[in-house]
Ligand binder design. Structure first.
Ligand code: NCD
Length: 306
């Protein structure tokens, strides 16, 4: 039995297979519409979510399966003091696969150690967000045509942004990848990413504060929201929240082929006027998220497609 805790749980070859399956699902959705008939996804969200939760649930429904779960810790027995370990033992009796989002780093891992069904980490604190990374990889591969030879700008809250941490981990396995880390000094990537992931693997990267300085060189710009919920004080958040605003005038500095991705939700970091720019692909990214999560569910449940 396999779980998905980190994007590194799949080898590069396995990721290729997963993305090929997602492509096939995109081309022929009806072929898969009953593949998970009789199977249940437990969707356990201890932290708010719109996209990830609905995308996983839609993925299961598109496969002909059904969904149980909760979307708020307050409406689960966590509010009575039940541990994640106990909750998952119980859920293992109800469902065939479970997605967990939790504010504590490592909570899905604890669940996976007690579970008798596959667990998907749907985001754990500021740590990892592997299904978003799978979404990002499929989006890049589909719209850019490659996952190698890319100069990628990651911009915004690189300290608390789990999507960024997962994406860096996943992309360093491809050749000729270079990162430009764009953040205010207070929100730089954590030391373990800089030292143990980037430096240790000799991945070229630079850290800059000004987005305008580097826009023209990028193949991809991955914008992120300042993670309000992970700040210790409100004042600090207010000071940081509008540090970057990507608008039409900044887009004019960027290359014609540079794509803009964002895991969403967006707050102010991308002006709405950018949405009409054909390089803005964050809403297409949402659609790719459903296909790759369908592929993931099929793979973890080891469903054979005839
Ligand atoms: C991200 C998350 O939850 O980390 N959202 C998502 O799942 N698409 C990004 C964010 O909340 O900023």
């Amino acid at each position: 039995m396999r779980h998905l805790m980190s994007p590194l749980d799949f080898s590069v070859e396995e990721l290729e297979t997963l993305m090929n399956l997602a492509d096939d699902i995109r081309m022929c959705p009806e072929k898969y519409s009953h593949s998970c008939h009789g199977k249940k996804l437990a969707s356990c969200f201890y932290e708010p979510s719109t996209r990830t939760r609905l995308s996983l649930e839609t993925a299961m429904l598109n496969l002909g399966g059904s969904v149980i779960g909760f979307s708020d810790a307050a409406s689960s027995s966590a509010s009575k003091g039940e541990s994640v370990a106990d909750t998952i033992r119980m859920i293992s009796c109800y469902a065939d696969i479970c997605a967990i989002r939790h504010p504590k780093e490592g909570a899905p891992l604890v669940a996976s150690m007690k579970s008798t069904i596959p667990i998907i980490n749907a985001g754990d604190g500021g740590h990892q967000h592997p299904t978003q990374t799978l979404t990002d990889l499929l989006t890049i591969r589909s719209l850019k045509g490659r996952l190698h030879h890319l100069k990628i700008g990651l911009c915004g809250d690189l300290k608390f942004g789990r999507t960024v941490h997962s994406l860096i981990n996943a992309l360093i396995r491809y050749t000729d990848i270079e990162f430009v880390l764009i953040s205010p000094p207070e929100l730089r990537v954590p030391d373990y990413i800089r030292d143990d992931v980037l430096r240790k693997n000799n991945i070229p990267f630079q850290e800059v504060i000004r987005l305008e300085e580097v826009l023209q060189d990028l193949d991809l710009l991955y914008m992120t929201r300042v993670q309000k919920e992970r700040f210790f004080n409100e004042e600090e958040y207010v000071r940081m929240k509008d540090f970057y605003i990507l608008d039409k005038s900044k887009m004019e500095l960027a290359a014609k082929e540079m794509l803009v991705l964002h895991p969403l939700p967006r707050v102010n970091e991308i002006a709405v006027e950018v949405d009409d720019d054909e390089r803005a692909v964050y809403f297409k990214q949402v659609q790719f998220g459903v296909y790759i999560r369908m592929a993931l569910i099929l793979t973890l449940l080891e469903v054979k497609i005839c």
